[in-house]
Design a protein around this ligand. Structure first.
Ligand code: G2H
Length: 249
């Protein structure tokens, strides 16, 4: 039985005061929730947010990190520095980073491999654009992102991997994939992971696959009733305390 994850991706939103307020409100709700609850604040807020979450079940993750120990890499964050704050989870391959910062699945593969070997838990984001979906290429794109992003990841590392399916056309647009569309993509992703190497199908059954893209308190329930949808990676609706609590409910 896969545990559900409700994760808030705060992106480059929220002031420090807002992030602190939401985090304080989430601590007891996370402790009471049967689900795993995560937040991904701005890197500048990680220290304050993780201090508030310390000792609770609320998981604080980084939106990005660089695949190296301490080194000359301007503007980036090492897992070593994340570890100092007790941060053990990191997002990789969000479509905003693919679209606007040129991240590729090959580059993400370097990150995933390094982070998993360093003991971090990775949430790897995949998803097609509207143009790709319209051309009937959704599954080809997902297959490519899975095969390239997870290339040479060994079976022992999969326990710390979570996938987030985020159709780019549904991100922050108010358009949500229907539960049927999302389930179809999730089932496909699980099958693709099962095809990665001999013995991978048992591993694929255990992987949590989250849906992301305009998830709200009023549509999350229908999405989560689908057998292959194991939670949500939520942007906008995670950035207000009431709304985040509504998602958990
Ligand atoms: C997708 C999602 C969070 P939103 O990017 O990762 O954002 O819920 O605002 O569409």
């Amino acid at each position: 039985m896969r545990k559900k994850i409700i994760a808030g991706n705060w992106k480059m939103n929220l002031t420090l005061a807002e992030a602190v307020t939401i985090t304080k409100g989430l601590v007891s709700a996370s402790d009471a929730s049967p689900h795993e609850v995560m937040v991904f604040p701005s890197a500048l807020h990680l220290e304050s947010v993780s201090q508030i979450a310390r000792g609770s079940k609320l998981i604080v993750g980084a939106q990005n990190a660089y695949q190296s120990g301490l080194t000359a890499m301007t503007g980036e964050i090492s897992p070593v520095q994340l570890a100092e704050l007790g941060i053990t989870t990191v997002l990789v391959g969000h479509s905003e980073r693919r679209q606007f910062l040129g991240e590729t699945s090959e580059f993400d593969n370097e990150k995933i491999s390094y982070f998993l070997k360093a003991g971090l838990r990775v949430v790897y984001c995949v998803g097609e654009t509207w143009a790709e979906r319209e051309k009937g290429n959704t599954f080809t794109v997902l297959e490519d992102q899975i095969k390239k992003g997870l290339k040479d990841i060994t079976s022992d590392l999969f326990a710390n991997l979570v996938i987030a399916y985020e159709p780019v056309w549904a991100i922050g647009t108010g358009k949500v994939a229907t539960p049927v569309e999302a389930e179809e993509a999730h089932a496909f992703i699980r099958k693709e992971i099962g095809n990665l190497f001999v013995g991978a199908s048992a591993i694929a059954e255990k992987i949590q696959i989250l849906y992301g893209g305009s998830v709200k308190p009023d549509n999350i329930k229908d999405l989560l009733t689908k057998p292959n949808i194991d939670g949500g990676l939520v942007g906008g609706a995670s950035q207000k305390l009431d709304s985040f609590l509504g998602l958990l409910k």
